[in-house]
Design a protein around this ligand. Structure first.
Ligand SMILES: [Zn+2]
Length: 509
């Protein structure tokens, strides 16, 4: 047997040496299925790159805060509708939430897409120093303008491939408002929007191009605590009054002492929303907005202890804890390894976009301004890594989705390495050519992965098997209280203040 196999091996190499192969040193090109090539071709057309680049820039200009994304949501939903998708709008009690569907029957592949901005971050696009469009106005400091745009581009590319190659199944885009206040996905799940979805492809802007798996980030309760007291003349007869602001301050002192006695995975922060209007009137109403974050296992215990701090504030100040309004409550992210492995293959196939001299110059100028290493834009995609979730951190309402269907996130490039998330420097990155290229690469990875899941049942089966096993030990039990309602009012005043100012400033440019 041994000598026979040796002969076969020699014969094999002889044949190989006669076949014209790739040039010496060049890697062999992997064979790409025709369905996948179709989405690459459609997304690679210059008119596609430009169309979705302009949509992303438009949403960047709107800079709409969570649940005020009327223009952004409409632009994306209209784009999908015009491309032949059935669009349902105003879902799960949120006017800016939509689901766009194409196809029918199994499998059902869901794409997530976000489009909200952050307060206070206004900044001119591709200007490498702090220079707001409108001082104090919102800005896209997390690249969400490019994210649902990438999902929409990918979905339309998949639809075109479904028609051209007779692919069966359903593709859905989940237009998800208010990620920055982690406020849409638990409500969308509660409304049943994800029922029947077999796998979910999430995406997020990044400086790299990659994906990951495992547990990451923190679970979170986002709650507004409101206290009621009694007004009085603050100098004339303060003993008559009971200060609601005192209750807030005592609660904050108590929670700041509480930190000491919480495991390292915790994060705890607040802003005072109302604290009276003049020093000479004892405030009868005050409210404080808390983010209480920890692992899934530790969150509820920590939240109860924060509630105790609120009660202590009311008791000590002689006021009443009038309400605890839960804005949202979410789980940690439990990303699927099988999904991430599949996405990674497509990311490697697509590779990092080639950045122009202009794009490199902008990146280096921004890095210089921030005191970061002047490395320019990256030239390689990221390696696949597991996250441990050990030390907590930020939160995303994608977490809840990861517990109801196998899900992983494709991070696509566009942020200059060294630029800071939720900061003007990130806003500067997500307008113009770098963002266009990054979101296009992201769309290719999303579309290619969707094509794999629609056309290769063995790949989808891997995701489903892993998910079914994991669900046995991590069944989905929402943290969101049954009576919580989407906070459609929360950002209204702020957005009403800046919407017109932004439109005016950008029209003048
Ligand atoms: Zn984000």
């Amino acid at each position: 047997m041994r000598s026979k196999s040796l002969v076969l091996t020699i014969a094999f190499f002889l044949v190989l040496s006669l076949v014209p192969g790739p040039a010496a040193g060049a890697p062999a090109k992997p064979k790409i299925a025709k369905e996948k090539q179709a989405v690459f071709d459609w997304l690679g057309r210059p008119e596609t790159v430009e169309k979705f680049g302009r949509i992303s820039d438009e949403i960047w200009k709107y800079a709409e805060l969570g649940l005020q994304e009327f223009n952004s949501s409409k632009l994306l939903a209209d784009t999908l509708e015009a491309a032949g998708f059935t669009v349902e709008r105003g879902l799960a009690g949120m006017p800016t939430c939509f689901v766009a569907t194409y196809g029918s029957g199994k499998p059902v592949i869901g794409l997530l897409g976000e489009f909200d901005a952050l307060p206070m971050l206004s900044q001119k696009g591709r200007v490498p120093k702090k220079d707001p469009v409108v001082e104090g106005a919102p800005g896209h400091g997390c690249g969400h303008n490019a994210m649902c745009t990438a999902a929409a581009a990918a979905a339309i590319a998949v639809k075109e491939a479904m028609i051209a190659h007779g692919i069966k199944g359903t593709i859905k885009v989940f237009g998800s408002p208010a990620e920055e206040i982690v406020a849409s996905r638990p409500y969308m799940i509660r409304a049943g929007l994800f029922e029947g979805v077999d796998a979910v492809i999430d995406n997020h802007s990044s400086s790299g191009f990659g994906t990951d798996y495992g547990v990451s980030g923190n679970a979170l309760f986002s709650t507004i605590f409101t206290f009621r007291g009694k007004t009085a003349h603050a100098a004339g007869a303060p003993w008559v009054g009971r200060s609601a602001l005192d209750a807030v301050e005592i609660m904050n002192v108590a929670t700041n002492f509480l930190r000491e006695h919480l495991p390292l995975s915790q994060r705890l922060h607040y802003v005072i929303l109302e604290g009276g209007e003049a020093p000479n009137v004892v405030p009868d109403k005050a409210s404080v907005w808390y983010y209480v974050r920890n692992s899934d296992e530790r969150l509820e215990d920590m939240y109860q202890r924060v509630i105790n701090c609120a009660k202590a504030g009311a008791l000590a100040s002689g006021t009443e804890l009038a309400s605890m309004r839960v804005i949202s409550a979410i789980h940690q992210r439990h990303a699927s390894k099988a999904a991430a492995e599949l996405f990674q293959k497509n990311i490697e196939l697509i590779g990092m976009p080639a950045w122009s001299e202009d794009e490199q110059a902008f990146a280096k100028a921004l890095q210089k301004e921030l005191g970061a290493k002047e490395t320019g834009m990256p030239d390689k995609v990221d390696k696949l890594e597991a996250s441990t979730g050990e030390y907590g951190g930020g939160s995303s309402d994608v977490g809840d989705v990861t517990l109801i269907a196998p899900t992983a996130t494709i991070g696509f490039p566009g942020s200059v390495p060294g630029s800071i998330g939720h900061h003007w420097s990130n806003v500067a990155c997500w307008h113009g050519s770098t963002a266009w290229k990054g979101l296009n690469a992201g769309a290719k990875a999303i579309a290619a992965s969707a094509v794999d899941l629609l056309t290769r049942p063995e790949e989808l089966a891997k995701l489903r098997k892993e998910y079914e096993e994991y669900s046995k030990t991590h069944p989905y039990k929402p943290f969101l209280p049954a009576d919580a309602q989407p906070p459609n009012d929360l950002n209204k005043e702020l957005m009403d203040k800046y919407r017109g100012l932004l439109e005016k400033a950008l029209a003048e440019k």
